[in-house]
Ligand binder design. Structure first.
Ligand SMILES: *[C@@H]1O[C@H](CO)[C@@H](O)[C@H](O)[C@H]1NC(C)=O
Ligand SMILES: *[C@@H]1O[C@H](CO)[C@@H](O)[C@H](O)[C@H]1NC(C)=O
Length: 327
């Protein structure tokens, strides 16, 4: 019996040693990435991802300290096991926004399961792109900084995202995603720099995060269900928005959204729901089951007061609700 336990311990030590020996840790610098923020390191990142994705053991892609220039990149799956994408450094985008092309993505995780993105900063350097848009020039469509498409069991923890061209984080056709301890920031005047956008996705949790943007802190599109938004500091920005919904026929609805312990500072709205009044729905089919509880929103100037507005909405109130509920 003792022998078996010993053997087990030796095997375990061997396993731990082999993990330490980094045959499952893919350091992008060892694969050719340059931490100077100038040399294009996209190929090294792609290599690290491909190796991690084909590993039968859980693998790590490691981005050490420094600044890494990355062009639009797709980290595609399915992969053979879980992947931890651990970032100590900063990933920066090319300053020439034409390099992004028309895909709408910068860093895209596609068809992956069981990926954790931990730590790090991503800087899309959106300034010149916003200037182009604000001047009404001929600009490319712009890119979302970090996107997850057709993916599940994802965790993003401790990531900082700054100055995205368009949305900072985008979630589409995904299940079971946790975003926590995030810092998202772009100036209040930057157009369409939503913090987190989701659509056609279920089981999304966003907690303990600070979001400062020029558009919605969190925007929730059609087909989103089971969303938990908890302990968020939002502002500047437009607030938390659901919709616009029902623009298209046969569009998925939005159900089971809980927003709790959120502080809005200098935002246009708290929470808003926008939907098109289709003749097929109109007032015969209002938003139902809305619950407001313990809300206090005030206007920054004494000259006016915050207001609430409802049309085709039905629900209930509990506790303190300031401004008075329109439900
Ligand atoms: C959801 O994803 C997390 C990883 O973020 C994973 O640990 C958990 O098991 C997943 N839950 C389900 C029900 O698959
Ligand atoms: C809201 O619900 C009440 C009953 O709870 C009902 O009388 C009223 O017609 C509903 N309003 C709408 C717009 O559906």
């Amino acid at each position: 019996m003792v022998k078996i336990i010993l053997l087990y311990c030796v095997l375990f030590l061997l396993f731990a040693a082999s993990y330490q020996a980094s045959n499952v840790v893919y350091n992008v610098v060892k694969l050719g990435a340059k931490p100077d923020g100038k040399v294009d390191s996209t190929e090294a990142f792609t290599k690290a991802w491909t190796l991690a994705c084909s590993s039968t053991w859980p693998a790590m892609v490691y981005v050490p300290q420094g600044s890494f220039l990355i062009k639009p990149v797709v980290f595609g799956g399915p992969c053979k096991n879980k992947i931890l994408f651990s970032i100590d450094g900063t990933i920066v985008a090319p300053s020439n926004y034409w390099v992004f092309g028309n895909s709408g993505f910068w860093i895209l995780f596609y068809k992956v399961t069981g990926v954790t993105v931990y730590g790090g900063t991503i800087d899309a350097k959106g300034g010149s792109f916003w200037a182009c848009r604000n001047a009404g020039n001929n600009c490319p469509p712009g890119s979302r900084s970090l996107s997850f498409v057709a993916s599940s069991n994802i965790m993003v923890s401790g990531l900082t995202s700054i100055n995205s061209q368009m949305f900072h984080i985008s979630i589409d056709h995904c299940h079971n995603i946790t975003l926590q301890n995030m810092k998202i920031s772009a100036p209040s005047w930057s157009p369409n720099t939503d913090g987190i956008h989701m659509q056609s996705s279920t089981g999304i949790s966003i907690t303990n995060s600070m979001i400062q943007t020029g558009d919605d802190c969190i925007s929730i599109g059609p087909g989103s269900k089971n969303l938990r938004i908890h302990r968020i500091a939002c502002g500047p920005g437009h607030g938390i928005s659901i919709g616009s919904l029902a623009l298209h026929q046969n569009e998925g609805g939005v159900e089971d959204v809980k927003v709790t312990s959120v502080v809005f500072m200098g935002t246009q709205n708290g929470v808003r729901i926008k939907s098109w009044g289709r003749p097929s729905t109109g007032s015969s089919n209002p938003c139902k089951g809305l619950k407001l509880e313990d809300i206090k929103l005030t206007y920054y100037k004494k000259s006016a007061a915050a207001t609430s507005f409802c049309k085709n909405a039905n629900g209930s109130n509990k506790g303190l609700v300031i401004p008075p509920s329109c439900l």
